[in-house]
Ligand binder design. Sequence first.
Ligand code: PGA
Length: 248
Amino acid sequence: MLIIGNWKMNGSAESLTTFFKTFQESSDAEVQIAVAPPYPYLPSLKAHGASIFMAAQDCSTHAGSGAFTGEVSAQMLADVGCTYVIVGHSERRQYFHETDQTVLTKTQNVLSAGMVPVICIGETLEQRKAGQTQDVLAHQLKLMIQHIAKEARVVIAYEPVWAIGTGLTPENAEIQEGCNFIARTLSDFSDVTVLYGGSVNGDNASEIFGNDAVQGALVGGASLKPHEFQRIIDSAKRRTNFDVNAVS
Ligand code: PGA
């Protein structure tokens, strides 16, 4: 499983140190842990947890380097040791007007720089109520299907927009259905991991991970609280133990 903490525009040099005094989990063969702090804190993340993978929250649509004041390219993120880059988060789509084309360009940049894109997709509440969830997901995946090599390693985070930061989560069956739909839609791709994101916390993680279509989580608010994030990781580790036992 893969658990990624998205700190969004939160944290400070001090809070990062405090976080890692309490947060003692490490990645293992079954559960990989990644944290996406704001850009300036990426290097300190590396200093803190050798087994915590570095993730970035975004990257530029421009590749390499150039006269683009304020931008950070995918190559620079790879250079400082990032493994994952989140692209197309609904907050970027909503507040910064990112389109599916923007998300595709960023995805291509991340892949070219040798990292793994974490592509966020999901429906709004209105779209869900109108029964359009699968159409929306299919539409958000369309450019990717057309333009990304089928061998590329990609992570898709199914994040219903209405579940982000609201404390609301879909029914388990809806999570399973959304993640399964994504896996089916991308069945030609050889290396896809499907995460669920949206109000995952220490209390609901076990239940969410009970869906076998869910291969991990993208965690916002709860990833800022070390104990809470730890509980989510513990739930993921219990699920993988369960899987191992179930198979043997
Ligand atoms: P949340 O955020 O866990 O605070 O709902 C999830 C996300 O934005 O990825």
